[in-house]
Design a protein around this ligand. Structure first.
Ligand code: ATP
Ligand code: MG
Ligand code: MG
Ligand code: MG
Length: 569
């Protein structure tokens, strides 16, 4: 591709509404543009990487024996009524009517559609096991779309659904998918961990999530220092070795009985805030030398089930603080616990990032009274003091007895799930078994966030100059930058020649033949993150060389022109 004929939509300034590095760099490198909240256009540069991620996913899924299909994005309400999810799914489901008034939804996932297809197509155990996948656009009306394509409303998912005559067969395919996911994330060059996940409400028997490790991740994952034990925080808490569950949160009214006016203040605040489930969390410090203890209440709102779960995790996280010393609490919340005088929390108490969207405000209290610190509901809260709190939490032994637990942040890029017979029972998806008896099929489902992976990869691969793509998913693997080519025909010619040679050898090459200053071209190629760069200049050509620099290299090197291609291999 010639840069002069290609949309290089780079930007110098960091967009103010992009908080995490991948979102900033995807905008600055001209990969995506926002259309509306959670809706993004993929520009040519971004789409190249997205397609490469898709290709790797597709190749490995094909290798696993799964068959590709493509189902409609729009789904009829009847199927969702049959499974019971039309009423259960909640606000993320985008519903619509056609001109005849029939109800539809834009698919957030495809269990119903595939189950309907397969109950009609497959009749016998002989046709099982079977695994079908698609790479397709999903829509989830996320309450807080953010971080660009990381948590979008419209996004690309690879979803697969397997069908089985019994649980053993499901086990086997589940293991194949586990291995396939590892192969995919290995090829993508991601630093990731498969973790046990809670199969919770869906009622399946096993589930694993695949998390890319990154501080910007919205999930907590817990793993052992000395074994393969790894779980997401919900699962880890469900099997917490100590067996000590955090005490249930006290009700708001109970904490403030002596200070009636404080309850009024809190109630006033709650009146103006949107109506949602309110949870409170109390953290009490030890008494100081005057016998006074500080009391911190964190007030949470969960507006749907997931948030409820996370709110509960938060209680678990904070519980050790009740046993912490004043110093630990002070370090964690940044204010003097039990101190005389108003406690003004300088920052909201943010226990973790996923909790950040739950924390409406924090109130601090001591014998002088209670003080509310309002927190803007729609605004992202600054990350702060997370590590201090985390340190208090960690140290539990691993449930398998090997090593201690560590908590890290993860980005969920994949999720595999044994669904069992939840959908097949609800929708009567059966086959005949060996004895000619009708049996309900077992099912598994397997998702990968294809578009999220692009952002997750950038979270792990960047520096202050921009993105650093691994070769496998770079939009272009090689950049050839010609200097003053419009004035120097020999440079233009040498550039064309190398361009053809590298293309012949199978590389995706961007020839930067733009009439821009060298500094501008270098900065763009670095921002875009092209892994290999050749520079062709008049001066170099006179000595038969060109300049090479790998995107991660500290120094550039001169190489003989004929050595350019061999250098890449
Ligand atoms: P999350 O916990 O991040 O909301 P999820 O558990 O709801 O994700 P799944 O239903 O497991 O998501 O869907 C499979 C995969 O789709 C996820 O592992 C994730 O990689 C991706 N995904 C889910 N929601 C989004 C989104 N809003 N934007 C981009 N990718 C998403
Ligand atoms: Mg979700
Ligand atoms: Mg999840
Ligand atoms: Mg999931």
């Amino acid at each position: 591709m010639r840069a002069s004929r290609y949309l290089i939509a780079t930007q110098k300034e960091t967009p103010s509404d992009a908080e995490i590095i991948s979102h900033q760099l995807m905008l600055r490198a001209g990969m995506i543009r926002k259309l509306a909240a959670g809706l993004y256009t993929w520009l040519p540069m971004g789409l190249r990487t997205l397609r490469k991620v898709e290709r790797i996913v597709r190749e490995e899924m094909d290798k696993s024996g799964a068959q590709e299909v493509l189902m409609p994005a729009i789904q009829p309400a009847e199927l969702w009524q049959e499974s019971g999810r039309w009423t259960q799914y909640g606000g993320e489901l985008l519903r619509m009517n056609d001109r005849h008034g029939r109800e539809f939804c834009f698919g957030p996932t495809h269990e119903e559609v595939i189950t309907d297809l397969i109950r009609n197509e497959l009749k016998s155990y002989k046709e099982l096991p079977a695994n079908f996948y698609q790479i397709q656009t999903k829509f989830r009306d996320e309450r807080r779309p953010r971080f660009g394509v990381m948590r979008a409303r419209e996004f690309i998912m690879k979803d697969a659904y397997s069908f089985h005559v019994n649980a053993e067969s499901l086990d086997e395919t589940y293991q194949v998918m586990h291995r396939t996911y590892c192969a995919i994330f290995d090829r993508l060059g991601l630093d990731y961990r498969p973790v046990q996940a809670d199969s919770g409400a869906i009622g399946g028997s096993a589930s694993h999530e695949f998390h890319v490790l990154a501080s910007s991740g919205e999930d907590d994952i817990v793993f052992s220092t000395d074994s393969d034990y790894a779980a997401n925080i919900e699962k880890a808490e469900a099997v917490a070795p100590s067996g000590e569950r955090p005490a249930p949160a006290e009700e708001l009214q109970e904490i403030a009985t002596p200070e009636q006016r404080t309850i009024e203040a809190i109630s006033e605040f709650l009146k103006v805030a949107p109506t949602r489930t309110v949870k409170t969390l109390l953290v009490k410090s030890e008494a100081d030398e005057n016998g006074e203890s500080g009391l911190i209440a964190l007030i949470l709102r969960g507006d749907h089930t997931l948030n409820e779960i996370k709110a509960e995790n938060l209680e678990g996280v904070a519980e050790p603080l009740t046993m912490a010393t004043d110093e630990e609490i002070e370090a964690a919340i940044g204010c003097k616990a039990g101190s005389i005088g108003p406690v003004n929390l300088p920052v909201p108490l943010i226990v973790d990032r996923s909790a950040a969207h739950l924390a409406d405000f924090v109130c601090g209290a001591n014998k002088e009274g209670y003080h509310l610190t309002g927190v803007n509901w729609e605004r992202d809260l600054p990350l702060g003091r997370v590590e201090d709190i985390r340190n208090v939490v960690e140290g539990d032994p691993s449930p398998d007895g090997k090593g201690t637990l560590e908590i890290r942040r993860g980005i969920e890029v994949g999720h595999i799930f044994k669904l069992g017979n939840k959908y097949s029972t609800a929708m009567n998806a059966t086959v005949l078994d060996e004895n000619g008896k009708t049996v309900i099929m077992d099912m598994g489902c397997y998702g990968i966030g294809v578009s999220r992976i692009v952002a997750a990869s950038i979270e792990q691969n960047h520096d202050d100059k921009g993105i650093i793509w691994p070769d496998a998913i770079a939009p272009f693997q090689v950049a050839i930058v010609t200097l003053n080519a419009h004035k120097t025909p020999t440079v233009a010619e040498a550039g064309e020649k190398l361009y053809e040679q590298l293309k012949q050898a199978g590389y995706d090459v961007l020839l930067d033949d733009r009439k821009e200053r060298p500094g501008v071209k270098f900065a763009d190629m670095e921002l875009i993150g092209i892994p290999h760069r050749f520079v062709i200049s008049d001066r170099g050509l006179k000595s038969g060389t060109l300049e090479y620099k790998g995107r991660r290299d500290a120094d550039k090197q001169d190489v003989a022109i004929e050595d350019a291609l061999p250098l890449l291999v």
